[in-house]
Write a protein that binds this ligand. Structure first.
Ligand code: ADP
Length: 478
């Protein structure tokens, strides 16, 4: 489900996850900080105060004891006042400690102490503020029990402080750890989200680019499937529709050209035969004017015939069916044959063909007519585009195992850089030559088809000194 989601949904999901982790971490941290604050507050307000009051209780109890003993022995009034002051301090502290310890574990001890104190005070002092002078105000044993109880409650309170501090420490550590976990999780989710998003965007884009490049290089149009969410699925559908339409249009065009070429060929043969018969004076003598025009007609018929052969060649190559068997072919022979074909054209333009064969070269392996076609197209173009008086250079070398690499260099106008990728496309002709030079824009497309069908490569490069060099590789004999 996540895979099918679009970029927008994925982005929202990652943001939501990030937000959830962030708020969760902050929430837990806030809760911990709040409970730390509460515990600290409790220690400061309650436990510390109880500790102080316990000290007051012990000291005032001691004062009561000592002043009363002095009162019995020395019988001086001021000891009675001291006793009362100590007693008041003791009682106030006792009330405060009982109120403060309501929620503490030591509360029972303080309650018992209060209960025991007031019980003894009621019984011994007959509700007066000072016990009888001649008598002990309370037995040593009771005093010692109270001291013991105060001390134990004080210890209990200290233990409570200690355990609260320990809890504080633990909570702080947990908070730090949770904060760290939250931070790491956010970073992981963020990084994963980033990786996942970029993958869902770049991988389909890469596929799409490859597909489009294939179309621009007139390679096979294959349908593509993209896994980057519904935006990319829509893009893939649009691409596949376009690619399908292009393939269909290609097929229709090829079929149409093949049928048309076939249909034109038969009447063209009849016309050629008829013209030949008239030229050969089968139907009577022809005058010089008639012979001149018949020659023009014959040349034009040849031109149309060549064009038809070209077009038929394309459709045969498109169908991928190789009609003839491959044989051993000598490269120098192919070059020489092509050169002979263009001798008169080259001579007319004073273009010299300079063949520079390597000292030793293996044979080529392929269908002779097909290989020959490549040489005719490339050398023919080099002569066609060469300015008068310049040379065309033809060289070859055995560079990669199993292939011979040919170079045909001319000193013509070269090719515009932006048109280099287009000239191998069927029917493409450079803007500058469209108006004034012969051609249909098929020679290079046919050559590329033949070369690539043998596993070779064909490229073109502009020369620094002017003109361009076509390089193509063809399989050699093993
Ligand atoms: P055509 O030559 O029939 O136009 P090609 O397929 O042989 O068709 O060539 C396609 C285009 O490539 C040509 O129209 C021309 O613009 C360019 N081209 C081919 N060879 C050369 C060359 N040697 N120098 C300059 N441009 C060339």
């Amino acid at each position: 489900m996540v895979l099918k989601a679009g970029i927008k949904q994925k982005l929202s999901l990652i943001f939501f996850l990030f937000f959830l982790i962030f708020t969760g971490t902050v929430g837990v941290l806030l809760f911990n900080v709040q409970s730390i604050v509460q515990t600290t507050e409790h220690i400061v307000t309650n436990n510390n105060e109880i500790d102080k009051l316990a000290d007051v209780l012990l000291s005032s109890l001691f004062d009561m004891e000592s002043n009363h003993k002095k009162l019995i022995i020395l019988k001086k009034e001021r000891y009675s006042q001291y006793f009362v002051q100590a007693k008041n301090r003791y009682e106030t502290a006792l009330t405060d400690v009982v109120n403060l310890s309501l929620v503490d574990s030591s509360s029972k001890t303080w309650h018992d102490l209060e209960f025991s104190y007031y019980r003894h005070r009621e019984g011994l002092w007959n509700s007066g503020t000072i016990p009888n002078i001649g008598k002990r105000w309370i037995s040593d044993k009771v005093v010692s029990i109270w001291q013991k109880n105060i001390t134990s409650a004080k210890t209990q309170n200290l233990q409570e402080i200690e355990s609260a501090l320990h809890e504080l420490n633990t909570r702080s550590l947990i908070s730090v750890r949770n904060g760290l976990y939250g931070f790491c999780l956010s970073v992981i989710v963020g990084l994963f989200g980033l990786w996942y998003l970029s993958r869902s965007i770049f991988s389909p884009l890469k596929k799409l680019t490859l597909g489009l490049r294939r179309i621009s290089q007139s390679k096979l149009h294959k349908p593509i499937t993209l896994k980057g969410g519904h935006e990319f699925n829509e893009l893939a559908t649009a691409y596949n529709e376009m690619s399908h339409q292009l393939t269909e249009e290609d097929n229709i065009r090829n079929e149409f050209i093949a049928t048309l070429s076939h249909e034109i060929r038969t009447p063209l043969s009849s016309i050629r035969e008829s013209v030949n018969m008239i030229v050969e004076e089968v139907f009577g003598p022809v005058n010089s004017n008639q012979a001149k025009f018949l020659k023009i007609a014959s040349v034009e018929i040849q031109r149309i015939n060549k064009l038809l052969n070209y077009l038929l060649n394309v459709s045969v190559l498109e169908s991928g069916v190789r009609k003839k068997a491959a044989t051993k072919v000598e490269p120098a022979n192919l070059v020489q044959h092509s050169n002979e074909m263009f001798t008169s054209v080259a001579e007319k333009k004073s273009v010299t063909l300079q063949v520079q064969p390597p000292k030793k070269s293996p044979y080529l392996y392929g269908v002779r007519e097909e290989l020959q076609q490549v040489f005719i197209n490339i050398i023919g173009n080099a002569i066609k585009f060469s300015p008068g008086g310049k040379s065309v250079f033809i060289t070859w070398e055995t560079k990669t195992e199993g292939f011979i690499l040919f170079h045909v260099t001319d000193l013509g106008p070269g090719i515009n850089e932006e048109e280099i990728s287009l000239i191998f496309t069927r029917y493409y002709r450079a803007k500058e030559v469209r108006g004034h030079l012969d051609g249909v824009g098929l020679g290079l497309a046919i050559s590329k088809k033949i070369v690539t069908s043998y596993g070779g490569e064909i490229t073109v490069q502009n020369n620094r000194v002017g003109g361009c060099t076509f390089s193509f590789s063809l399989p050699s004999c093993k």
